[in-house]
Design a binder for this molecule. Structure first.
Ligand code: FAD
Length: 443
């Protein structure tokens, strides 16, 4: 492809030239870099640390701990499926088994209403509630329920006189899909948009075989085989601009010039990088936000503790445990087990040391209750006390960032803090896909 630009030779403060410079090597940056390089653009991907961002697979004592569940919701409608067709991203899937999923409702375990059998068998919702809940699902599917951007889901349910059992069920579902302890704050339009998509899927939850690393390796393969260049340990510090275009970025190692720029770094970082530019104030507007924090406590066990379930959701405490090794055997040595527990954290608890210790104790109590003997089998625990599952939490006072501001014609944004489809990593994939499309449409 004719770029009219050549990569220059290494000098003390070299300027490297590209068609597109992608900043940030998390899932969003990797997606954009893979699409654009596959479509013939000369791409540089610049990452301050290692590739993957929050999607990390960490190997400790032969166990592969994933930062997060690496579960993809609605894989048959995911952008990952489009990426397979369009750029050859190839990953294996381990589908979640709904019949092995249980809600812990205090004195008993009951089915998760993840499918129609589960809905009939579950005790979390009673006779008429089940019919009303099914009716709500149909209305959502038919887009008869759309919510309203000015109403939270709690307010919407109040105004629409939603039955108490149905309300409880909808909020419990939202808590686990949006990774939040405060599902009632989700804007109702976001809620219905999400479920409209999820209720139409045949594959509601699936794990990536080999964990996040398998996906990251695929992105790297596509980028490098298409001639894209990856720069790790390269931190972007500032940008330079000229009228309505950004012309370059400055890093701790080199300067990068480009025709187009994709920024896949969180708004708190963008805020520093865009100081003194025309979009300084626009970016600032989005930089003061609360993420959706979770407490992660995974354990690698010497021997499997066989139980008839692979997923337990403690409904009262909003904690879930997944037997990750049941789905993905590659994450634990033969005969051993890797369990993952995630607790959704309430915003007010974050600064309270005692409350945070309570999360730890509650997770251990849940392990004791359902995986009795786990302490004797423990080989290695892994704890993250404050992991940002989604960079911005859905509340009525937080808006996702747009994919561009009109002031700069060659600057785009992507990440799970941006406008897009789905939640969590799907927001990263979908915003990166849209961003790449906008750049490719310029040709
Ligand atoms: C505990 C946990 C569980 C999760 N579980 C799931 C799940 O089951 N399913 C799911 O779909 N998602 C899950 N997620 C969410 C998923 O991990 C994220 O949505 C996704 O990884 C976000 O990717 P991103 O590229 O948008 O952002 P990030 O991963 O934050 O990437 C941003 C990148 O920019 C880099 N960067 C920042 N500043 C600079 C700079 N100045 N210069 C250069 N580089 C810079 C960072 O180092 C980072 O690599 C989970 C997350 C966590 C933490």
């Amino acid at each position: 492809m004719e770029t009219g630009m050549e990569n220059t030779v290494e000098t003390a403060r070299e300027t490297k030239h590209y068609d597109v410079v992608v900043v940030g090597g998390g899932l969003a940056g990797l997606t954009a870099a893979a699409i654009l390089s596959h479509k013939g653009k000369k791409v540089a991907l610049v990452e301050r640390g290692n590739l993957g961002g929050r999607a990390v697979t960490l190997r400790i004592k032969d166990f592969a701990f994933n930062f997060g569940a690496h579960a993809i919701y609605g894989r048959d409608t995911s952008v990952l499926r489009t990426l397979k067709k369009e750029i050859g991203i190839n990953i294996g899937w381990e589908d979640f088994e709904p019949n092995k999923a249980k809600y812990d409702i205090g004195d008993q375990l009951t089915d998760v209403p993840a499918n129609i059998q589960g809905l009939f068998r579950t005790a979390v919702i009673k006779g008429t509630g089940k019919i009303k809940f099914t009716f709500e699902i149909f209305k959502t599917l038919l887009r008869l329920e759309k919510g309203h951007p000015h109403l939270s889901i709690a307010k919407w349910m109040e105004e629409n006189h939603i039955n108490e059992d149905v309300r409880e069920m909808m909020l419990t579902l939202a808590s686990s899909n949006f990774f939040t302890k405060e599902p009632e704050k989700i804007p109702s339009d976001v809620f219905f948009n999400y479920y409209q998509r999820l209720f139409t899927t045949n594959k509601p939850v699936a794990y990536i075989a080999g964990g996040w690393q398998a996906l990251i390796d695929e992105f790297i393969r596509v980028i490098e085989s298409s001639g894209g260049e990856i720069y790790m340990k390269t931190k972007v510090e500032s940008v330079s601009a000229d009228n309505d275009r950004v012309t370059g970025i400055q890093t701790n190692k080199a300067n990068f010039a480009g025709k187009e720029f994709v920024f896949a770094i969180p708004p708190k970082e963008l805020d520093k990088v865009f100081v003194g530019t025309k979009i300084e104030h626009s970016v600032k507007q989005y930089s003061n936000y609360e993420p959706s924090y979770v407490y992660v406590y995974d354990v690698g066990l010497r021997e499997r503790i066989d139980v008839p379930y692979t997923y337990i959701y403690d409904k009262q405490n909003r904690i879930f445990i997944t037997d990750i090794s049941h789905y993905d055997r590659s994450c634990a040595p033969e005969g051993s087990q890797l369990l993952q527990a995630i607790a959704y954290i309430a915003q007010d608890d974050l600064k309270d040391k005692e409350k945070m210790e309570e999360y730890h104790a509650k997770i251990e109590a849940l392990y004791d209750k359902h995986f009795s003997g786990w302490r004797d089998q423990l080989v290695v625990p892994r704890v993250s006390k404050r992991a940002a599952a989604q960079e911005i939490k859905w509340t009525m006072t937080q808006d996702p960032m747009p994919l561009y501001f009109p002031d700069y014609r060659n600057v785009f944004f992507t990440g799970d803090w941006c406008q897009g489809e789905g939640q969590l990593s799907e927001l990263s994939f979908s915003s990166a896909y849209e961003t790449s499309k906008l750049i490719l449409q310029k040709d």
